[in-house]
Design a protein around this ligand. Structure first.
Ligand code: AMP
Length: 334
């Protein structure tokens, strides 16, 4: 898509432990592609305030944050093209969040499907953070006045809410924020290995491949992946499980791998065990490079911290400008 130099694009992920290949293909690699195509400014943050709404161990958090930053860089995000920062280093976002709370109808939040999903999953901890998460997300996006948010389909509802919040605020207090649009790039959805009708997620053990899995583990998990339930009668449409393996081969393998396996599938000679073993090899090779880069970056945490401190200063300056303008508009300052 064509973007202008003034466009600001923003995205982020929660530091909640090892990523899986779904996050890698669906988010990280997509951002890496965007950094080369996008003419405007790109911000990628570590959503540590957001991550507090789910159960976690505070002792692990700092390490998880730094690890995610290393993973952003190891996946190919270029700090010259992308400003990587930690959400909580910009406390202004919580002030904007509060102000946005006062223009957000509760009924709008009650409709959010992610809240329904997450509150179903952690019934013992349905906290306000889980409920007001999309309002904080609106503050993340509108603090730098981002105009585009690259998201998967499941997040479109939250970006729509951000647009509503921007509009409600502008109507009540005067034109201040852009109404950002979701940037729906063609992100392949990686499905669960054991339940290929659902997207790959950490909530189903054995169904996901972690970026930290060793080659044997990857092979073991792929060998158990669900393929066809019975004989294939129509080769024009692959079953969800088989399609998922092909999607992954396309992402991690070579064009020849794709062509050879597709031909074998079409003429009925494909053994799924061969497809799975080739795929395991390709994923393991790819991840070995990623992991070597990640380990090198993590061996020098001071350099990562320095980058984060510099970026925090830069982003805060911009955040303070927005908050100053907002404070004046809502009557908190002159
Ligand atoms: P989550 O931790 O589920 O919020 O995911 C973090 C990022 O990874 C989001 O941008 C998701 O859209 C993306 N993502 C998560 N799971 C998948 C998947 N199975 N396939 C593709 N993208 C995914």
């Amino acid at each position: 898509m064509k973007t202008g130099e003034k466009d600001i694009l923003l995205s982020g992920m929660q530091p909640t432990g090892p990523l899986h290949i779904g996050n890698y293909v669906g988010a990280l690699r997509n951002w890496v592609r965007l950094q080369d195509q996008f003419a405007g400014r790109l911000f990628v943050f570590v959503a540590d305030y957001h991550a507090m709404s789910e159960n976690y161990d505070p002792k692990e958090r700092q390490e998880q944050i730094l690890t995610l930053v290393a993973e952003y860089l190891a996946a190919g995000l270029d700090p010259k093209k992308v400003t990587i920062y930690v959400q909580s280093h910009i406390p202004e976002v919580t002030e904007l969040f509060w102000i946005f709370n006062t223009v957000t109808p509760v009924a709008f939040l009650e409709r959010m499907t992610q809240f329904k999903d997450k509150s179903g999953r952690q019934k013992e901890n349905i906290n306000m953070g889980l409920f007001s998460y999309p309002v904080l997300q609106a503050a993340d996006i509108l603090l730098p006045k981002a105009s585009l948010v690259p998201v998967g389909l499941d997040q479109v509802q939250h970006v729509e809410l951000t647009r509503d919040i921007a509009r409600f605020f502008n109507n009540r207090f005067g034109e201040t924020f852009p109404e950002p649009k979701p940037l729906l790039t063609e992100i392949p959805k990686v499905m669960g290995l054991l339940d290929p009708e659902k997207k790959m997620s950490k909530s189903v053990p054995g169904s996901y491949i972690s970026l930290m899995d060793e080659p044997e583990e990857i092979q073991k998990k792929l060998r158990r992946a669900v393929t066809d339930m019975g004989p294939v009668t129509d080769r024009s449409k692959k079953s969800a499980g088989v399609q998922n393996l092909f999607t992954l081969l396309h992402e991690f393998g070579t064009p020849e791998d794709d062509a050879i396996m597709e031909r074998a599938y079409q003429d009925g000679s494909l053994k799924y065990s061969e497809l799975k073993d080739l795929l395991a090899l390709r994923i393991a090779d790819h991840l070995a490079t990623f992991r070597a880069r990640r380990a090198k970056l993590l061996a020098n945490p001071a350099a990562l911290e320095r980058m984060l401190a510099t970026n925090a200063k830069k982003v805060r300056k911009m955040a303070q400008q927005t908050v100053k303008e907002v404070r004046q508009k809502v009557g908190l300052s002159t």
